[in-house]
Design a protein around this ligand. Structure first.
Ligand code: BGC
Length: 417
């Protein structure tokens, strides 16, 4: 046991370490199954076990978590929910409204969560003013990951605008590489789509479209331009993209088969797990045209109402551990995200994380901090599902018309809300 972990155990023990008699079990549903993700969640398991509790892993593979949410619904309606589940953003309110979640206010008060986590995050973790979920991290979604060797061989630099991206992609293709590694799954299509939208619409209209669900913005001329540019991106992905997992796409950038990937910074977790160093083996840069803007995606665990006393004590220990400083550091170093606590020493973090933290803070002041639509932060799962459908169908249909797509987008959202 290392000294930090010993201290963690001691500090948590003051409040929530069980005596041997009330050592319980937590069953935790999550979708962290890629290399970097699995390493990250392993840290949580280890820290919980050090406190005498046991961890029953309930991993449901599938990036973005769609499959995990489907499985969770089945378990919950059969009256047998797990202790905690990876549930984010608006979904927390939906689960709270159904009466499934438990009150964590005692843990929150002793951990002073209100003082160390930004209000914009704690607001999402509360249902009717009571904590029902715990935030883990802050992911930035609008990133471009690049292999510097491949860029060099193609004679291009890191593209800063979409025009530069398209020009670079042409040269990369001509040099015999795949310009953009992409996994053709609806959530990945939506991740690239929202990066293009952030640039073309700007932060205010992005918010109008995906937070306020403003019909004029969803169907307007700028949205037509978003679809037009998004369509062009398709020219630079390979034919094997459909169905590919996101981490397989990341590995194509790691091994030099592809030049770039537009993906949230969980991709950094894959580079880290492969022993790669930012600035040397790979480059992290804002998605083209989105410098200074920050699309956020906060991971969190919601906690379910359970009966067994020992398991409730294990559940509270898990909640306390997630916001423990040592956990925040080691988890986020592996995951690629930044800590959600504002009082962290960032000296162990790399340049990508420091850039992310700086942009997170600055963008909150300039109005350029926006919630991710693709990752459930900006709107309900219903509206998100409607957007996914239109975006994916459009991306996969070579004859699709951008103008029609924008109209379909507004109609589909209207029908879903
Ligand atoms: C989650 C990340 C996860 C990614 C890929 C996102 O929605 O927020 O934590 O790594 O999906 O699975």
């Amino acid at each position: 046991m290392n000294i930090n972990k010993t201290l963690l155990t001691l500090s948590l023990s003051a409040t929530f370490l069980p005596s041997l008699s009330n050592a319980g079990e937590v069953e935790v549903l999550h979708w962290w199954t890629s290399g970097g993700e699995a390493k990250s969640v392993q840290e949580l398991k280890a820290m919980l076990e050090e406190q005498g509790h046991s961890w029953k892993d309930f991993a449901v593979a599938g990036g973005g978590g769609e499959s995990a949410m489907t499985v969770l619904k089945t378990r919950a309606v059969s009256g047998n929910p797990p202790s905690a589940a990876q549930i984010k953003g608006h979904d927390i309110q939906e689960w709270g409204g159904l009466g499934f979640l438990t009150n964590l206010d005692d843990v929150a008060q002793s951990g002073k969560w209100d003082d160390v986590v930004p209000t914009m995050v704690t607001d999402v973790m509360k249902f009717n003013g009571e904590y029902v979920a715990v935030p883990v991290n802050v992911h930035r979604v609008n990133w471009l990951w690049a292999n510097p060797e491949v860029l060099k061989k193609a004679g291009v630099g890191v593209p800063k605008t979409l025009d530069e991206f398209f020009a670079a992609a042409e040269k990369i293709k001509a040099a015999g590489y795949i310009p953009l590694a992409h996994g053709g799954q609806p959530w990945q299509d939506a991740t690239v789509f929202e990066a293009v939208a952030l640039d073309v619409l700007g932060s205010d209209d992005y918010r109008k479209a995906f937070v306020e669900l403003d019909m004029d913005t969803l169907s307007g001329d700028k949205m037509v331009e978003v679809f037009t540019k998004f369509k062009k991106v398709h020219d630079y992905i390979d034919a094997n993209s459909p169905g590919r997992d996101w981490n397989v796409a990341t590995s194509m950038v790691i091994n030099g088969e592809a030049a770039m990937q537009i993906m949230g910074d969980w991709a950094k977790g894959e580079f880290t797990a492969a022993g790669k160093v930012p600035g040397k083996d790979y480059i992290c840069a804002p998605a083209p045209g989105t410098d200074g803007q920050f699309t956020h995606n906060v991971d969190s665990f919601a906690f379910f109402e359970i009966k067994d006393e020992a398991n409730v004590s294990a559940q509270k220990a898990l909640a306390a551990t997630i916001l423990d400083k040592d956990f925040q550091e080691v988890f986020n170093l592996n995951k690629g995200s930044i800590p959600v606590r504002t009082d962290m020493d960032m000296s162990a973090f790399d340049q990508c994380a420091l850039d992310s933290m700086a942009t997170f803070k600055a963008s909150a002041k300039t109005g350029d901090l926006v919630p991710s639509m693709a990752h459930g932060m900006s709107t309900t799962s219903y509206a998100q599902g409607a957007i996914y459908d239109v975006v994916t169908n459009f991306f996969n249909d070579p004859n699709a018309d951008p103008k029609e797509a924008a109209q379909k987008l507004a109609k589909a959202v209207k029908a879903a809300i």
